[in-house]
Structures are given as structure tokens and as C-alpha cells.
Design a protein around this ligand. Structure first.
Ligand code: HEC
Length: 163
């Protein structure tokens, strides 16, 4: 009986540890509903551009309301909960038109100053083909943050709001 009690207590302790560990997870959530957020800008990278291999195609940038406020202000630190999305598509050219092809990747930056302090307070993730189950970032510092540090003076964000 006593053994059973000890075992139950041990199990309870293990569950508690698992719950605490997972609630502090660093995993960047898939940005549900971002297609209804505000479109910030669009850019097409064509063959010959130095970033073509990774980012070739047409991409749209979206911001949620928290991020949008800072973009519109033109400067400032993005508050926790700000989310920016970089949605990249193939850009097939036909009949003198460039159109959106298949989605290549949906890249995300989510602000949480404490959780992601090693990467400027931003969590970086990318979803292959826009599939929420296909995470592609192995090392957020090497894969994403290092390049975004060029924008440290704008809180690591490249995109700017145009009227
Ligand atoms: C080689 C440099 C480089 C790397 C590496 C890089 N980015 Fe970016 N990122 C950019 C540039 C440049 C823009 C601005 C694009 C534009 O102006 O439309 C950008 C834009 C973004 C945006 C929109 C917000 C903003 O800053 O304008 C998100 C979200 C984003 N990147 C996420 C990521 C993620 C996630 C990774 C890692 C998988 C990553 N980036 C890796 C250069 C980079």
C-alpha cells in the first residue's frame, strides 16, 4: 500500500515537471488566421538575386494588429505578441504575367522578449509548404536571426509600412 502511494506521488511529480516544461515551450505557434491580417508588402525575387536559392519567388508580408501599430509608427520596439508572417510562393511566368504558384514556405516571427532573448526577443520558425506540421528551422540563430541582425536598429524587422 505504502509502495503504491510512493509510486503515485512519483508519477504525479513527473507529470508536474512535464507540464511546467511544456508550458514554457519555445516552439513558435503556427500563425492561425494570418491571411486575414494586414498585408504589409509584396516582393518578387527573380533568378540571379543572391537570395534566390532560399527566397526566390513572390512573397507577401503580413502583420497582426500589435505588430502593425509599430510598423505604422515607423519606429519603436515591438510588444510581446507581435507576429509577422512572410508567405513565399513560386512565381511562374507565362503570357507576360507573373502569378502565384505553389506555396514554398510560410516564415514567422513572434515577439516574446523573455522566451526568445537569444534571438532579439523574436521566435523564428518556418513551415514548409505552409503546413503547420512541417517545421523547418533547426537553428534559429544561424538560419534566421543572424541575417535579421542587420536590422537591429528597427527591432530586427526589415519590412516598413508605406502609406
Ligand atoms: C539572408 C537573409 C535572411 C535570412 C537568412 C532570413 N531572412 Fe527573414 N527577411 C529577410 C529580408 C531581407 C526580409 C524583408 C523582405 C521584404 O522586404 O519583403 C525578411 C523578412 C522576414 C519577415 C517579415 C518581417 C520583416 O522582417 O520584414 C519574416 C517573418 C521573416 N523574414 C522570417 C524569417 C525566418 C523565420 C527566417 C529563418 C527561417 C528568416 N527570416 C531568414 C532576410 C532574411
Amino acid at each position: 500500500m505504502r509502495r503504491l502511494l510512493v509510486l503515485l506521488l512519483a508519477l504525479a511529480a513527473i507529470f508536474a515537471v512535464v507540464i511546467v516544461a511544456s508550458s514554457g515551450t519555445k516552439q513558435v505557434p503556427y500563425p492561425e488566421g494570418y491571411r486575414s491580417w494586414t498585408h504589409v508588402k509584396t516582393l518578387i525575387l527573380r533568378p540571379g538575386h543572391p537570395l534566390y536559392d532560399g527566397f526566390g519567388g513572390i512573397h507577401h508580408v503580413y502583420a497582426n494588429d500589435k505588430a502593425l501599430r509599430v510598423l505604422k509608427a515607423g519606429s519603436g520596439t515591438f510588444p510581446d505578441g507581435s507576429v509577422l508572417v512572410f508567405d513565399l510562393f513560386e512565381a511562374p511566368e507565362a503570357d507576360n504575367a507573373i502569378s502565384e504558384g505553389n506555396r514554398k514556405v510560410t516564415a514567422v516571427m513572434v515577439k516574446n522578449a523573455k522566451l526568445y532573448k537569444e534571438t532579439g526577443g523574436w521566435g523564428f520558425e518556418a513551415f514548409a509548404g505552409g503546413d503547420p506540421t512541417k517545421r523547418v528551422v533547426k537553428d534559429p540563430v544561424k538560419d534566421c536571426y543572424t541575417c535579421h541582425t542587420g536590422q537591429a536598429h528597427r527591432d530586427y524587422v526589415f519590412s516598413q509600412w508605406r502609406q
